[in-house]
Design a protein. Structure first.
Length: 173
């Protein structure tokens, strides 16, 4: 079973496809969609960046062929309320593409993902990066942090589906 984890953003959207369930899935592919605000000195509109995200994301869905997509739910920090609005634009595009592809969608709160990986729901970006590095035996922490976050989201789904929701497991042949 392939699980795709998504860390949505309007500037950087991290993604990671894992294969397998439980504690030992393998990384199939991980990366980031970079949505530049400026190209050649010219400012790009939000709609241009969202169109690029939609195109790139749908191409990646066709390439990695996930069974399930896990995405981080919207959160708002009281010091940066506009972040939730901007992230919401990207999430909307991603959720529509997932629905259009008729894939099962699971949403996790950031604290749930962090606690699943580190045991602490308020872990920082560098702690997530180091935890992902250690778990998968990577030579370096994933960069940028959005990739590590996407891997963590997918890993959380791999773990939780086995232990919390075994009904999603494929039927025996």
């Amino acid at each position: 079973m392939r699980i795709l984890g998504i860390d949505p953003g309007l500037r950087l959207t991290g993604y990671a496809c894992l294969e397998g369930l439980g504690e030992s899935p393998a990384i199939v592919e991980a990366g980031v969609f970079r949505l530049a605000r400026r190209v050649g000195g010219e400012v790009r509109s939000i709609s241009d960046r969202l169109f690029e995200l939609d195109t790139d994301f749908r191409e990646m869905l066709d390439r990695v062929k996930p069974d399930i997509v896990a995405v981080e739910s919207v959160f708002a920090h009281y010091k940066h309320p506009a972040t939730a609005i901007v992230m919401g634009h990207a999430r909307g595009v991603l959720l529509l593409a997932v629905r259009s592809a008729r894939l099962r969608l699971i949403e996790y709160k950031p604290n749930t993902v962090k606690k699943s990986l580190t045991g602490h729901g308020h872990a920082g970006k560098s702690q997530i990066q180091r935890s992902v590095q250690a778990h998968f035996g990577l030579a370096e922490p994933p960069e940028p942090p959005d990739v590590a976050d996407a891997i963590a989201i997918a890993l959380c789904a791999c773990r939780r589906m086995v232990f919390d929701d075994p009904s999603v497991l494929p039927l025996p042949k």
